[in-house]
Design a protein around this ligand. Structure first.
Ligand SMILES: *Cc1c(COP(=O)(O)O)cnc(C)c1O
Length: 408
């Protein structure tokens, strides 16, 4: 590492709150599916800023749209209409099948909005304030209090108790465990269509279909968190399309702005008409013209670049190559995923493999201690998959061979 990079890192550790154990590189710029650090070293990117940069870095159409919006107006406040927000909302409706959209600044805020929607919907029915929400073990919904309260990882919650209250946890893909938690007070069930941070666990078709049926029967809101698995990642704009169901409320973020901080929660007409109304919710920045110009352009670029078609072509290839890799290495014990959201589970911590891959010019990330997660830009090619697998195989062999003692 150059002295230059070492000194950046030293400065960072003196000024930034240490809430992340960061990789020891400073990223400088990106182009397509490649990233470059401040020393000019090139990396093949299989993380996309954690499922954010759907069409890769430095897309000219996207950059030009943002620059044009900056020169017009960046912010107006939500007391006025703005054209980019109108355009973005129309495109989101079309892509999601939802009817009413609220733009936020992040994923966690989209979750907060979805939870408030569910409580208000139930409140308007019976005037009570003791409603319950069911969430899944191993889920991840974000770091703010509401989102943390429905995050099924006690380790993330422990030091910050008490949570918002009246949350019950069930197991993903275990319908009986959900039924056990349902009471007359249940107002919503929230889950990720494909669990991300928790280790890449897609919902089973039978499980999700049955949840939809139960929610319909009891007028419970089904909230699907598609912050990571939505926006084309699984081969359809939203993963739930592949299950033949529609949620009552959906949350989005990550690839929604492809780098500009923006999220959204959206709902059906029925829920929109019977939940949050004027004065119930707001955000100074949420849905501002700059963020919405990005969202609007993102939807256009998905069509121009035939992103979904590319996912449908490359994902089966990635899946096949990861199966092959599992066949060759005993330390890989499971392979799961949907589209370009895949995970390999190891019988050991994967920190060393990820660091070795980085040395060799490949950026990967974990999901939990023992799982490597693959969430590349949706524009990757089969050739990029080959390059990735070649480096990963080397990194695994290195780890298997040895007495190395590095952990994440
Ligand atoms: C990343 C993520 C969040 C939180 O989004 P932030 O923008 O980091 O607040 C919530 N849910 C899921 C499924 C996520 O992957």
């Amino acid at each position: 590492m150059s002295e230059n990079m070492t000194s950046y890192i030293a400065d960072a550790e003196k000024a930034l709150l240490h809430t992340y154990n960061r990789f020891q590189i400073v990223l400088d710029h990106g182009d397509g599916v490649k990233l470059y650090d401040t020393d000019g070293k090139e990396y093949l990117d299989f993380v996309a800023g954690i499922a954010v940069f759907a069409f890769g870095y430095n897309n000219k159409t996207y950059n030009d749209a943002l620059k044009a919006q900056i020169d017009k107006i960046i912010h107006t406040s939500n007391y006025f209409y703005n054209v980019p927000a109108i355009e973005a909302a129309k495109k989101f409706k079309k892509a999601s099948g939802m009817d009413r959209i609220f733009f936020t600044n992040s994923g966690a805020e989209a979750i907060e909005g979805a939870l408030k929607t569910a409580r208000k919907y139930a409140f308007l029915k019976d005037g009570k304030t003791d409603h319950e929400i069911i969430a899944m073990n191993h889920s991840f919904h974000g770091r703010t209090f509401g989102a943390l309260s429905v995050t099924g990882n006690p380790h993330y919650r422990e030091a910050f108790e008490p949570m918002i209250g009246n949350i019950r946890f069930a197991d993903m893909n275990d319908i009986e465990s959900v039924k056990e938690q349902i009471t007359d007070k249940t107002c919503a069930i929230i889950l990720e269509t494909v669990q991300g941070e928790g280790g890449i666990y897609p919902a089973d078709r039978a499980f999700l279909t049955e949840l939809r049926r139960i929610c319909d029967e009891r007028d419970i809101l089904l909230i699907l968190d598609e912050i990571q698995c939505g926006m084309g990642r699984t081969g359809t704009m939203f993963a739930y399309e592949q299950y033949g169901i529609r949620p009552d409320v959906v949350t989005s973020a990550k690839a929604l702005g492809c780098g500009v901080p923006v999220g959204a929660f959206a709902m059906t007409e029925k829920v929109g008409a019977h939940s949050l109304s004027a004065g119930d919710h707001g955000s100074t920045y949420g849905g501002n013209p700059l963020a919405c110009a990005a969202v609007s352009k993102v939807f256009d670029i998905f069509e121009e670049l035939h992103i979904l078609e590319n996912v449908k072509t490359v994902a089966p290839y990635l899946s096949e190559k990861l199966d092959e890799l599992m066949g060759k290495h005993d330390c890989i014990i499971a392979h799961r995923g949907m589209g370009l959201m895949q995970g390999l589970e190891f019988n050991m911590p994967v920190g060393e493999i990820i660091n070795k891959a980085m040395d060799k010019g490949l950026i990967l990330i974990n999901a939990g201690t023992n799982i490597i997660r693959f969430v590349p830009p949706l524009t990757i090619s089969k050739k990029n998959v080959d390059e990735m697998v070649e480096i990963l195989a080397l990194a695994i062999s290195y780890s298997e061979s040895g007495t190395h003692s590095f952990t994440v």
